[in-house]
Design a protein around this ligand. Structure first.
Ligand code: ZN
Length: 138
């Protein structure tokens, strides 16, 4: 509700009220103030509700769950959030993590998915061969 609309609504109400009962200037002024403040209150509540509805209820690391990751831009659930999806929000993975306070090293994948990958990598000896390579390099 814009300020003009608020004023015009207030005016309508006061005019209606004044046409039913005689009002002194004082009463009129008080009534205008009261009605205007009431509208202001409603407006503030509306804005608050709108803000709450827009922002996801969770933030940062909480968005990375056991079996799903929630995109903090659109609220959709994924097993993993890919760069391609974030590009739709005009963000890179890095920008997204920074914006939402997610550590840059943290993957945007459901925990079960990353655990599975870790286990798979271990079974295949990926970790070991990397460590071995490192030793051989030194
Ligand atoms: Zn999204």
């Amino acid at each position: 509700m814009a300020g003009d609309r608020l004023l015009s609504l207030t005016q309508d109400i006061i005019t209606a009220k004044a046409s039913h009962a005689a009002m002194s200037a004082d009463e009129m002024a008080r009534a205008i103030k009261e009605v205007y403040m009431a509208f202001k209150w409603v407006e503030a509540q509306e804005q608050r509700a709108e803000k709450l509805a827009k922002a996801p209820a969770i933030s940062g690391l909480d968005s990375i769950g056991r079996s799903r990751v929630i995109c903090l831009e659109c609220g959709k659930e994924f097993r993993q959030i890919f760069a391609k999806h974030l590009a739709r929000h005009g963000l890179t993975v890095r920008e997204y993590k920074k914006k939402h306070g997610i550590p840059l090293k943290k993957g945007l994948a459901a925990r079960t998915l990353s655990n599975k990958r870790r286990r798979y990598a271990r079974e295949k000896g990926f970790g070991r061969s990397v460590a071995k390579d490192r030793i051989e390099e030194e």
